[in-house]
Design a protein around this ligand. Structure first.
Ligand code: C2O
Ligand code: CU
Ligand code: CU
Length: 478
């Protein structure tokens, strides 16, 4: 094991890192090229989000747990994951953010036949990038994701990064009835044409959050992942200064977020480094204040009584090793533009879409409320979706995304990571690559990527109601 020469860490932290590397190493095959075999069973189950006397909530789960088991994979090591469908409807699994072969992307009809009840499907890929990813269904997405199907996927760096602890908060948002059941009404016109199905209970790793215990002086890598259907979040850590080291799994230049707020749209992941500089025994709120006037306390960082782990914050470098992303050639790029249209405007009128498409009641279950470049593709993906544009393999695509609607949209691209160049004409700093880019109302985003991976790829809003109601398209790489 070797660390960069400007790396310095206490002996204790170093030993902890070595020990954890050794412990995880013993759990996997010796040869890095050996195939890592995993399995995931999808089935109905039940969960208890609150305390022991609270109600059970019937859910759908991977391996019976909410969220699904954390898949810890190794960068560059092939993996084979057998998914067994124990639901009585079709499903698929999408490995969100992983750059993998098109046939493994989990889009029903488009990249694979759906996995029927009682059937299995074997996914095989080799994760090229280390970082924080997640997995979820791409079939009946609104109901399946909203019923609990989501799990974290962590691809470990070849050399372990040095932190005292590596934590993950997978955030989910549930719309529950008073007796703790998942509320019906998925895909209502209101949700579909406005902000999507925002719930009333937020969980961290499947639990209604209680205090998160921390130790003074420790350095934590906290992986935040928003697996909600629709809820945007903006987290503030009172009394702390989180430093962003990766977005959507891709390392960036370490930086503190604007206003100290970590904005997490659905499907977004942010890795932060937190130096726990509070006093032993103190408590500090973590607030989500994304929605005006609806701020709430998500959880608390609760310091235990132990003396600080070290006297001064670590002096180690924070930057993570970058992933092998192909560099866009901007001088020679193909330009494409995606215009987001539709949704409810002031006065309850639906913008454009219905008339343009000549369809019945826009936004009604299954009919479009949104469009991309005048076209509404609804649902989860299906065979024969005509590509919006075609790119030659190896070409750099300079993609403009223009939000003409009055709503926020986290736009997600499958199979690629996008270098985010500018927002409303202003350059985006810190060399950020993302697979999910949040557009505020009227935002114009420019990004670029190299079309190095052949196939038909989805590009859609990750607010599940928006995707289902038409905010989705496909492009082809030949
Ligand atoms: Cu995580 Cu098509 O999405
Ligand atoms: Cu995806
Ligand atoms: Cu949207």
């Amino acid at each position: 094991m070797k660390y960069e020469s400007n790396y310095c860490i206490s002996r204790r932290g170093f030993l902890a890192a070595v020990a954890s590397a050794a412990a995880s190493a013993s759990l996997r095959p010796v040869r890095a090229s050996a195939v890592d075999e995993r399995s995931l069973k999808v089935a109905p189950g039940k969960a208890r989000f609150g305390d022991a006397d609270g109600p059970f909530t019937p859910v759908w789960a991977y391996h019976g747990t909410i969220p699904g088991p954390t898949l810890r994979l190794r960068q560059g090591q092939p993996v084979r994951i057998t998914v067994e469908n124990g639901l009585d409807e079709d499903t698929t699994v999408h490995w969100h953010g992983i750059r993998l072969p098109n046939a493994m992307d989990g889009v029903p009809g488009l990249t694979q036949p759906p996995i029927g009840p009682g059937e299995s499907f074997v996914y095989e890929f080799t994760p090229p990038d280390a970082g924080t990813f997640w997995y979820h269904p791409h079939t009946d997405s609104l109901v399946q994701l909203g019923s609990g199907l989501a799990g974290p996927l962590i691809v470990e760096e070849a050399e372990p990064a040095a932190f005292d602890r590596d934590l993950l908060w997978l955030l989910q948002d549930w719309r529950l009835t008073k007796d703790g059941q998942i509320a019906g009404g998925f895909g209502s016109m209101m949700d579909a044409s406005m902000s999507g199905r925002v719930g009333n209970v937020v969980t961290i790793n499947g639990q209604a959050p209680t205090d998160q215990s921390v130790r003074a002086g420790e350095r934590v890598r906290l992986r935040l992942a928003n697996a909600a259907l629709a809820r945007m979040m903006a987290l503030r850590f009172e009394g702390h200064r989180p430093v962003i080291v990766a977005v959507d799994g891709q390392p960036c230049e370490p930086h503190e977020p604007a206003d100290g707020r970590l904005v997490l749209a659905p499907a977004t992941r942010i890795d932060v480094v937190l130096d726990m500089q509070g006093d032993p025994g103190s408590r500090h709120a973590v607030i989500d204040d994304f929605y005006d006037g609806l701020a709430y306390m998500l959880t608390n960082l609760a310091y235990d009584k132990r003396p600080p782990l070290r006297a001064h914050p670590l002096d180690a470098r924070l930057a993570l090793p970058r992933n092998p992303l192909p560099a866009p050639n901007l001088a020679n790029a193909v330009r494409q533009e995606i215009v987001l249209q539709g949704g409810m405007m002031g006065g309850g009128k639906l913008a454009g879409v219905g008339g343009m498409m000549g369809m019945g009641m826009p936004g009604m279950k299954g009919s479009p409320a949104w469009a991309i470049n005048g076209m509404s593709m609804t649902g989860d993906g299906h065979a024969g979706m005509a590509p919006q544009f075609t790119l030659e393999r190896g070409a750099t695509c300079r993609l403009t995304m223009r939000n003409e609607t009055a709503w926020w949209h986290p736009m997600h691209v499958h199979g690629f990571s996008l270098a985010v160049l500018s927002r409303n004409g202003a350059p985006v700093p810190h060399r950020q690559w993302q697979d999910t880019v949040l557009l505020a109302p009227k935002d114009v985003i420019e990004c670029a990527f190299v079309a190095d991976n052949p196939g038909d790829w989805m590009l859609h809003c990750h607010v599940a109601d928006h995707q289902m109601a038409g905010l989705m398209t496909v492009f082809r790489v030949t």
